[in-house]
Design a protein around this ligand. Sequence first.
Ligand SMILES: O=C1C=c2cc(C(=O)O)[nH]c2=CC1=O
Length: 468
Amino acid sequence: QFPRECVTPEGLRSGQCCPSPAETPNDPCGSSTGRGQCVAVVADGRPHGPQYPHDGRDDRERWPLRFFNRTCQCNGNFSGYNCGSCRHGLTGVNCDQPVSVVRRNVMLLSPDEKRAFVNALDQAKRTVHPDIVIATRRYQEIFGPDGNTMQFQNITIYNYFVWSHYYSVSKTYLGPGQESFGGVDFSHEGPGFVTWHRFHLLQLERDMQDMLQDPSFALPYWNFAIGGSTCDICSDDLLGARSSFDLNSISSNSIFSQWRVICESVEDYDTLGTICNSKDRAHCRKSGTESSPIRRNPAGNVARPMVQRLPQPQDVADCLELSVFDTPPFYSTSSESFRNSIEGYSAPQGNYDPVIRSLHNLAHLFLNGTGGQTHLSPNDPIFVLLHTFTDAIFDEWLRRHSPARPYTLTEIITLAVVAALVVVAVIFAATTCAIRTRSYAKLEGRQPLLGEQYQRYSDEHDKTQSVV
Ligand SMILES: O=C1C=c2cc(C(=O)O)[nH]c2=CC1=O
């Protein structure tokens, strides 16, 4: 997924993606106005962990170096692929006006607010993303059969949200006739789980703010830790009630019954080395099958009773007690790890047990349908609310256990200078004391203890009272 302006044959061959902000053409990254500059990308070059035994086989390794090695780095409050937008929470031409973006419990929205949110999601499902296009082939084939037909496509704002999640979890293609490698997932089962999903949500929130021209638009959250087997947000004024005719479908009174899922032909992609794309529909139509509606049957997985109920409020309280963010082997098998507990591969109290599913994972599996399959789950808009709540728990954990931030170079130098001054002051004070003590010791025999004016104590008075 890249800015539309960067995916020309020349753009990709140059390896540079440094577009100009809309207001200042021919000014890469808005450098003339101090917004940012075009710099070499520095990607993490450390070796992969044991879970991923390949090297150089997947476009996603050391992202985005396979495609671009120079991109915009924005200064201060500026942000975005061309530094043409503001950092989250800021607005205005100079990005210096704070704007409050408050995520609220979706159940507490007024009827008008609920309607506005549902309509905004539906608008995002239908509106083509103004800036971003998606790759439909791997890098090897990205220039097309003639070397000049770029393999990128437009995508809608909401489908881009679905696509980027799919891209992060899809298998590594190892070549024709070979089974794709599914042992790695770039956004789950590891330390990046909470931060990857935080950025994913911020991207959608920002895209919807721009679409609505409302910089204060906030995604609400679903408090899924209510126990029991009722999906409280599955009503037609919110995310859609259950259809009366099909246990696995959404009621036709909900706009979400009209939504069609993308990225479901996962076996085809893994065999052909293609990437989820909207040609799916044409392909499906030719073979006589329309792309499917969202499937959802909350609490309906009778074969797996453990996932027929939602997490309990105490589960949230328990995982917040875990003070260590993540623990070796930094995987879905970690114990005493906040990340693995909120993700839901270990118990909320921290102990790992392969049969346990809790918190975030349990909420996904409870949905029992599109929202419970990792490559498809964001197709069900409940995903958005499930993840804003997961993010709220992460936020609370950061407040309680905020890991010490490493010092910057400036802070280290300042601390060193202050420490040196303190040492000099202590040495000076100690030396002065020692010299004075020695001179007093010499004079002690000749000098009255309290000096001239305190020499006399009245014999008639208490000895502690001086007579002046
Ligand atoms: O969409 C998801 C679906 C999931 C299913 C599990 C599981 O524990 O089996 N975990 C999931 C995470 C998802 O993000």
